[in-house]
Design a protein around this ligand. Structure first.
Ligand code: 3PG
Length: 306
């Protein structure tokens, strides 16, 4: 059995070593395709792969057509919006993710970005502190929960909105569960996004919602760029010189944001949330173990397609 690790943005070497150990320990062969620059390279590499480990790499119908021997794709990470689930099902391919494995890394980056923003991007002027500020956590999944845990250390007041998470789960963490996204944005000085990119959430962070935020508001995005209505965010930031947007997922209109909103807009050049040795080890090795469990025992825990 051939297991391909196809990562345009590679894992730390220590994580690759761990994946190799799991795969070879099970008697399988590991093949690496890192830092590829062209889809053609991916199409070539998947030809004889029985299993693939990916990150944000795109697995669409064309890739699945080329991967004639493929049985399973594991997205080493949380969001699987980069995999065409219907096409995978049609090709008889199982798709899994590794929920929770990189969530602390993403949560820590939220605070890296926030301190940078409230200290005016370290430009020498007086900024503000996070202590006592109201933080809105938009979706209370694995990352949202870690954000809440870290925020408590900063002495922030915590609010969350998640229609899929029971209120008592949120409130037992000392976080106020609010009834709507509108209420969250109206209440909080800072909102941190942790929603997946789905048909329902795409473009959902719009002018209407953001206009509710109090003066001096900050929106921090470590989720997906697709959930933002970029045109409306630009309009809002033009109207509201007090509004800051900081993101780990470069918007399509990055150049425009950078030009119009210098000093209150920042994007990492490449998504860095899960880019730690620990997260790479956790997610990469979990992915390798899930592949071994699937190929050897038919275990389908964490399957996300039908
Ligand atoms: C995820 O969904 O797990 C994160 O967005 C991390 O993505 P990455 O593996 O591409 O860094």
């Amino acid at each position: 059995m051939k297991v391909l690790v196809a990562t345009e943005k590679p894992f730390a070497k220590i994580a690759v070593d761990g994946i190799k150990k799991e795969i070879e320990g099970a008697g399988f062969e590991l093949v690496l395709l890192e830092k590829y620059t062209d889809k053609v390279q991916l199409l070539g590499a998947v030809k004889d792969a029985n299993a693939i480990i990916i990150r944000s790499d795109i697995i669409d119908a064309e890739v699945l057509d080329a991967a004639k021997e493929l049985k399973i794709v594991v997205r080493a990470g949380a969001g699987y919006d980069n995999v065409d689930l219907n096409a995978a099902t049609a090709h008889g391919v199982c798709v899994m993710n590794t929920p929770g494995q990189n969530s602390n890394a993403v949560a820590e980056l939220v605070f890296g970005l926030l301190v940078y923003a409230v200290r005016n991007f370290y430009n020498g002027t007086s900024g503000t502190e996070l202590m006592g500020k109201k933080l809105g956590i938009h979706a209370y999944g694995n990352v949202g929960r870690n954000v809440a845990r870290v925020a408590k250390g900063f002495g922030m007041e915590l609010y969350a909105y998640d229609p899929f998470c029971p209120k008592d789960v949120i409130e037992k963490d000392g976080v106020k569960a609010v009834d709507s996204a509108e209420e969250l944005y109206k209440t909080c000085n800072i909102v941190s996004l942790h929603i997946p990119a789905t048909a329902e959430t795409k473009n959902s962070i719009n002018h209407n919602l953001l206009a509710n935020m109090p003066k001096g508001a900050i929106l921090v995005n470590t989720a997906r760029k697709e959930v933002i209505n970029e045109d409306e965010l630009i309009q809002l930031m033009e109207e509201r010189p007090d509004f800051k947007y900081i993101t780990d997922i470069m918007p399509a209109a990055n150049a425009k944001f950078a030009e119009l909103f210098a000093g209150r807009y920042f994007s990492t050049p490449k998504k860095m949330g899960a880019q730690t040795a620990e997260a790479n080890i956790n997610a990469g090795i979990a992915a390798a173990k899930q592949i071994v469990g699937f190929l050897k025992e038919g275990c389908e825990k964490f399957r996300v397609n039908k």
